[in-house]
Design a protein around this ligand. Structure first.
Ligand SMILES: Cc1cc2nc3c(=O)[nH]c(=O)nc-3n(C[C@H](O)[C@H](O)[C@H](O)COP(=O)(O)O)c2cc1C
Length: 191
């Protein structure tokens, strides 16, 4: 009698290729801020994205080992600060460079509060003050859905992105002009 042998794909074996694949993905760099008063911290993320416009909502994926995670879980509010190209230093501080922790990460930049009371970065491309709508804990991470309760947008032209393990600047005036020349015209916009 013939037996059927099923070779289950080994997820662990895929991990190196998966890491390589994800390095190809350009991510906007943001800082998530959590806490109020003296107990504040935050972390650099590239996993932030828009969920919906109605209601204004975002999604971000956080490693549950991060120091921000227990505070976010408890306080149920957070700030999303979309970094400008000249804010690499802020990105590095909130990625924990130099062993900085908690309130130390906020030193050297200006912060303000809006609705929820979490610190929001002055000079960021945009800041979103959020209440946690839902959390989905999956694998090592938590997927957090944030309901946006306040938005501020600043006029900077250059955004900070992360690609292939390095920070890159995306400049509206320089880079987008070149990209427009490469792009395929949208038939909906041509008569
Ligand atoms: C460009 C960049 C993007 C990152 N994106 C994420 C992310 O989306 N989610 C995450 O959990 N960690 C991300 N990290 C790692 C966290 O910033 C880092 O682990 C965290 O700040 C350190 O955690 P700690 O607060 O426990 O020291 C990213 C780091 C960098 C440099």
């Amino acid at each position: 009698m013939n037996s059927i042998v099923r070779h289950m794909p080994d997820a662990t074996a895929l991990q190196p290729d998966f890491r390589s694949a994800m390095r190809q993905l350009v991510g906007g760099v943001s800082v998530i801020t959590v806490g109020r008063g003296d107990e504040i911290t935050g972390m650099t993320v590239s996993s932030l994205s828009s969920l919906a416009v109605d209601p204004p909502s975002i999604i971000v994926s956080l490693n549950r080992t991060a120091s921000s995670w227990p505070i976010l879980q408890r306080e149920r509010v957070f700030g999303a600060n979309l970094l400008a190209a000249d804010q690499i230093g802020v990105a590095e501080r909130f990625a924990g460079k130099g062993g900085l922790r908690g309130a130390e990460r906020f030193v050297g930049a200006e912060w303000r509060k809006q609705v929820t009371g979490v610190p929001l970065l002055v000079g960021a491309l945009a800041t979103l003050d959020c209440e946690v709508e839902e959390i989905l804990e999956r694998h090592s991470h938590a997927i957090v859905i944030g309901k946006v309760v306040h938005v501020a947008v600043a006029p900077q032209s250059a955004a900070l992105a992360y690609w292939h393990g390095s920070y890159v600047a995306v400049d509206r005036d320089d880079d987008l002009g070149r990209l427009a020349a490469l792009s395929v015209p949208d038939p909906r916009l041509t008569p």
